[in-house]
Design a protein around this ligand. Structure first.
Ligand code: AR6
Length: 185
């Protein structure tokens, strides 16, 4: 029998650049040419070949994603998702954020990735309220992996204690409590 959905979702605290998943997801911008936050950390850890490949992609619209190699990262691929800048939640931000998760997971399946690690897309510089964003992330991941048993593991990687605690609560409120894995990376 396939492992249940809750067994396939994990929480982890720490730096996503250290995670050994088939793909890690980047919180990128539409240029795909790097930036601060997790984007800067991923480009630093992957090395300059990542930026060279990103230059060939011609950008990416908000709410979508593109995939590259991982280069010096332990992850085989980087999926660059472009989250929305949060204004007030009434300008399409929830749908755009949901689109990031759906597209990233679709790209993962198309590229044979069984494990995918996500940061809290849009929850840093782009200002998305973390609890709202975590619920969207949870709901999109649950809906997708129910239909796609080939995704064996999704890891939400949270950089700080507060984000980790909010994700834990948000998983708990949906009955997804067994996935917590508080190993710092
Ligand atoms: N590992 C995991 N999570 C991290 C890491 C890391 N190494 N570093 C930061 N975070 P942000 P955004 C968390 O600002 O809001 C860039 O300039 C961070 O604490 O990286 O989508 C891009 O180029 C936060 O919870 O992404 C865009 O222009 C989460 O990752 C813009 O920022 C996302 O924060 C995107 O903004």
């Amino acid at each position: 029998m396939n492992p249940s959905v809750h067994e396939r979702i994990r929480l982890r605290k720490g730096d996503i650049t250290r995670v050994e998943a088939d793909a890690i997801v980047n919180a990128a911008n539409t240029s795909l040419l790097g930036g601060g936050g997790v984007d800067g950390a991923i480009h630093r850890a992957a090395g300059p070949d990542l930026l060279a490949e990103c230059r060939t992609l011609g950008g990416c619209p908000t709410g979508s994603a593109r995939i590259t190699c991982g280069y010096k990262l332990p992850a085989r691929h980087v999926i660059h998702a472009v989250g929305p800048v949060y204004r007030d939640g009434l300008h399409g931000e929830p749908d755009l954020l949901a689109g990031c998760y759906r597209t990233a997971l679709r790209l993962a399946v198309e590229n044979g990735c069984k494990s995918v690690a996500f940061p809290a897309i849009s929850c840093g510089i782009y200002g998305y309220p973390i609890r709202d964003a975590a619920r969207i992330a949870r709901d999109e991941v649950v809906a997708f992996i129910r239909e796609h048993p080939e995704i064996e593991q999704v890891i939400f990687v949270l950089f700080d204690d507060r984000a980790y605690d909010v994700y834990e609560e948000v998983l708990h409120e949906a009955g997804l409590t067994n996935g917590s894995d508080d190993h710092s990376s």
